[in-house]
Design a protein around this ligand. Sequence first.
Ligand code: GLY
Length: 336
Amino acid sequence: MSALQRVVVPLGERSYDVVVGHGAIAELAGLLPGTARKAAVVTQATVPCSIDLPLPTARIEIGVGESHKTLTTIELVARSFARIGLTRHDVVIAVGGGMVTDIAGFAAATWHRGMPVINVATTLLGMVDGAIGGKTAVNLPEGKNLVGSFWQPSGVICDLDALATLPSRERRSGDGEMAKYHFLTGEDLEALDLTARVARCVSIKAALVAADEREGDQRALLNYGHTLAHALEIVTDHGLTHGEAVGIGLVFAAELARQLDRIDDERVKAHRVVVGDTYGLPTSVPTDLGADDLMALMARDKKALDGLTFVLDGPRGIEIVRDVSTSDVRAALARM
Ligand code: GLY
């Protein structure tokens, strides 16, 4: 079994460690802020959670599913904080996937105007994405993730033992993000064991977060493959997992880059091989989905500030490309 790896997210005084590996949970006590006298563990009934902390700990369960990712849940969590008597010197521990870290992080960001939160990621997707980088948000009826804040955790635990019981659908969600990291660096991540691969994905994300914490530009590269992926998730009502949708979205991004003469056929093939063969994810749009619906949803994507905007591969590597014509997008979709 490989040793634990520690990756630093370098943000000056707010820098923090991400501990990755089997048994990483043993390092949790060492991440606690010295000021904490109490802890609130925010989690879900479905998350296997046995957190043993050297200070009085209260457990707060939130509902399962996107319908609970709301301001109402934030209020319920905040009222639990009040009953516990949590102060801004204490600590919140988020134990779960992206939904839990979003809710606990947002509640911590606003409780007494901000208190420490430590993320214990229990899904592969959370380990390589949601638990790192401080994005927190809830949904409104008008749209997803519309209310939130950037609030960095004080530490993150990625204990790979948690993945042993992860349902395969959730595992595939993480696989899509891992496939994305292959292209962001051009490295053969598959050659690494899982501890080293998760740690490498974390360090790639850490560098982008450090360079552009509030997503002015560079951090948006993490959305490689996500423009079509978000549209596919909506149009299938999440019938496709996030990872499956990202897999298809990565291949589509390659086809679009080829359409714009930014990359050659070999590079498109490399995308198909990593997504389809290495990660076993789908590489084509399900035949029953209409191009018009996908086009409309992609135009609504939050990166579309002016015309259609995509993150695309090219001679200078992966970058943001604005004002892509709808005819090029349609031509690339037709090859999917
Ligand atoms: N999930 C993309 C980001 O954290 O920026």
